[in-house]
Design a binder for this molecule. Structure first.
Ligand SMILES: O=C[C@H](O)COP(=O)(O)O
Length: 249
C-alpha cells in the first residue's frame, strides 16, 4: 500500500517572515493528520527556518533543485551535502520550469536524481508534456522517454525512495487542469514504464503524483484515482487555508 504524498512547491515565493507565517499556520492546523505524508518545498533561503518549524511534526522538508557535485567552484549551486546538512528529506528535480528556463535536460535530471539518492535525499522527479506535444500525440512516447532517462542506472534497491510527479506543462499555473482520468492514464503509463525497467513488484511501490492546477476543489478527484498517489501543488500551497484543504482531501 503506497502512502499518499502531497508536496507544496513554493517556487520563488515567500520571504523568511512569510515562510514562518505559512508554516506555523499549517503546522497548527495539520496537527494529528494521519495517512498522508506532507512535504514543504520552500526556496533555499527559507529551508533552515522551515526545518526548525517542522521539528517533531512528522512533515517533510524538500528543496526545489540541487547540483550533483558535493562541493567545488560552482558559483550559485547548492550540493546534496548542503541539502542534507539543512535537513532536507526530499528534493524536486527536473521541474518543467527548470527544463524550460534553466537548461535542465533528461541527462542532468538523471545525474541529480542519482546524487540525491547517494546522499539519502529522496528525489521528486518531474515529467510532463507541453500542449504542442500533447496535441501532436506525442505524450506517451515523451513521458516514457523522460521516465526511462531519469531513472537510468538507479539501483532497484533505491527505487522505492523515488517519487515521480506527472505535471502536464499546459496545466501548470494555468487553472486548466488535466482530467483525473487522463492524469490517471498517463501515470499508469509511467508505472508500466517503471515495471518494464524494474519489474511489476517494484513499480507498485513507487509513488507517482499529479501536479498542475491542483486546488481544494479538484484534489479529491485525483486522489481517488487508482494510479495517483499524491499531488505536487504550486499556487495553492502558498496559503494556509487552501493547502490545508488539499492535504485534508
Ligand atoms: O510544482 C508544482 C506545479 O508546477 C504545479 O503548479 P500549480 O499548482 O501552480 O499549477
Amino acid at each position: 500500500m503506497r502512502k499518499p504524498i502531497i508536496a507544496g512547491n513554493w517556487k520563488m515565493y515567500k520571504t523568511i517572515p512569510e515562510a514562518k507565517e505559512l508554516v506555523k499556520g499549517l503546522v497548527t492546523k495539520l496537527a494529528g493528520l494521519d495517512g498522508v505524508e506532507v512535504v514543504f518545498c520552500p526556496p533555499f533561503t527559507a529551508l533552515s527556518t522551515v526545518k526548525e518549524l517542522l521539528q517533531g511534526t512528522g512533515h517533510g522538508l524538500g528543496a526545489q533543485d540541487l547540483y550533483w557535485k558535493e562541493q567545488g567552484a560552482f558559483t550559485g549551486e547548492v550540493s546534496p551535502l548542503m541539502l542534507k546538512d539543512v535537513g532536507c528529506d526530499y528534493v524536486i528535480i527536473g521541474h518543467s520550469e527548470r527544463r524550460e528556463h534553466f537548461g535542465e535536460t533528461d541527462q542532468t535530471v538523471n545525474q541529480k536524481a542519482k546524487a540525491a539518492l547517494a546522499h539519502g535525499i529522496k528525489p521528486i522527479i518531474c515529467v510532463g508534456e507541453s500542449l504542442a506535444q500533447r496535441e501532436a500525440g506525442e505524450t506517451s512516447a515523451l513521458i516514457k522517454g523522460q521516465t526511462e532517462k531519469a531513472l537510468a542506472e538507479i539501483a532497484p534497491s533505491e527505487l522505492p525512495k523515488v517519487v515521480i510527479a506527472y505535471e502536464p506543462i499546459w496545466a501548470i499555473g494555468t487553472g486548466r487542469s488535466s482530467t483525473a482520468k487522463d492524469a490517471n492514464e498517463v501515470i499508469g503509463l509511467i508505472r508500466k514504464t517503471i515495471a518494464g525497467m524494474y519489474g511489476h513488484d517494484l513499480a507498485e511501490q513507487v509513488r507517482i503524483q499529479y501536479g498542475g492546477s491542483v486546488k481544494p476543489e479538484n484534489v479529491k478527484e485525483y486522489m481517488e484515482q487508482p494510479e495517483i498517489d499524491g499531488a505536487l501543488v504550486g499556487g495553492a500551497s502558498l496559503e494556509v487555508e487552501s493547502f490545508f484543504r488539499i492535504v485534508n482531501y
